[in-house]
Design a protein around this ligand. Structure first.
Ligand code: NAP
Length: 332
């Protein structure tokens, strides 16, 4: 086993900020019971924020970002994992306070490690990554709350993004009628291929007069956009409809009234993919490998591969809303 490997390191002081590819040794990795040779990672919105000085994601410096990784165990002092086993890691601390997946090697506490579920390859797992996990968790939570295909159409906002694309494909596979909201006029074919039956523009998803209630349309909504899109959603949900809110790509502030909640029994579910029990995480990954696994996962999404050296550009691109589907990071 070679002791030297490459990683993307973000560093910050009072006067400087840097994002650099560096050669490192295993001694420089944080403590943990499991050492993994990383095969794939993926670029998430949070990783984009990790690459800017005021992104407020990294809790310590220097740090290797990357909130997802998939690879092979090369050493484990935790009896639950064996050398040669394929695993996934995506947890609250990875790539935030503990060095993460933008590295050829990673060392992680055993409690964060999940065996790769049967039905997924390492590459497929990272095409999904935290974005796909968040989409699947949104569907799981809405279904726990009574959502079924026969309840009516489900709207996905930010539909060409990581959470959005994977949500459209998963809902379509489960038999839901899916509407996709997007700001990209050139992405309609892409969204129809994923399974969208209807496409709405960003302007369609507004409520300029801020009416408490508009015509009721949606039985469910996967919303990684938030902001005023969420205001629109709350005013257009059907009786008993459910919004699974996961993001703020369109802003953190929204306006609403109590009416959707008390006159239509609308449910607003917060989705936090980082702070879930290991048991729940495994359950959602099992669904990602079975009933929610999108058809032709490696083809439909484009799954553009990025090398370590091109990562800084990919991290900036996701913050500009310029990513369609997912960007995969190939490490070894
Ligand atoms: N809660 C959690 O656990 C969790 C987990 C993962 C991600 N997230 C959050 O979810 C959000 C999306 O993440 P992602 O990985 O899917 O990012 P992404 O790949 O960049 O997708 C975001 C999409 O939102 C749309 N969008 C961008 N700017 C917008 C604007 N100003 N107004 C309306 N729509 C806009 C774009 O899609 P269109 O062009 O198609 O509209 C964009 O592709 C982020 O806020 C992220 O932090 C949260």
């Amino acid at each position: 086993m070679t002791d030297r490997f490459r990683a993307l390191v973000v560093d910050k002081s009072d006067t400087s900020f840097s994002v650099e590819i560096k050669e490192m040794t295993l001694d420089e990795l944080p403590p943990g019971e499991v050492t993994v040779r990383v095969a794939w990672s993926g670029v998430n919105y949070k990783d984009g924020l990790a690459g800017i000085p005021d992104g407020r994601i990294l809790e310590t410096y220097p740090l290797i970002p990357g909130i997802d990784l998939a690879g092979t165990v090369i050493h484990s002092s935790d009896s639950r994992f064996k050398e040669g086993e394929e695993v996934i890691v995506a947890s609250a601390e990875l790539g935030v306070s503990h060095s993460g997946g933008f590295s050829e090697m990673a060392r992680i506490p055993g409690d964060w490690v999940i065996p790769l579920p049967e039905g997924l390859t390492l590459k497929e797992a990272m095409v999904l990554g935290t974005a796909g996990f968040t989409a699947a968790m949104s569907i799981q939570r809405m279904e726990e709350n009574g959502l079924k295909p026969e309840n009516g159409p489900v709207l996905v906002t930010g539909a060409t993004g990581g959470v959005g694309s994977t949500a459209v494909a998963m809902l379509a596979k489960r038999g839901y009628t899916v509407a996709a909201g997007t700001g990209k006029t050139d992405a309609h074919d892409y969204l129809r291929r994923l399974g969208a039956a209807e496409i709405l523009s960003r302007e369609d998803l507004t409520n300029p007069q801020q009416r408490p209630l508009l015509k009721s349309r949606w039985a469910g909504a996967v919303d990684p956009v938030g902001g005023q899109t969420l205001s629109y959603l709350l005013s257009t949900m059907r009786f008993g409809g459910t919004v699974a809110l996961s993001g703020l790509a369109g802003g953190a502030k929204f306006t609403s009234t109590v009416y959707p909640f008390i006159l239509r029994g609308v449910h607003l579910l917060g989705i936090d993919s980082a702070h879930v029990s290991n048991e729940y995480r495994r359950k959602v990954w099992h669904r990602l490998a079975t009933d929610l696994k999108p058809e032709g996962l490696l083809d439909w999404i484009g799954a553009e591969e990025v090398a370590l050296d091109d990562l800084p550009a990919a991290m900036s691109s996701i913050l500009r809303g310029g990513v369609r589907g997912r960007k995969l990071v190939k490490l070894s």
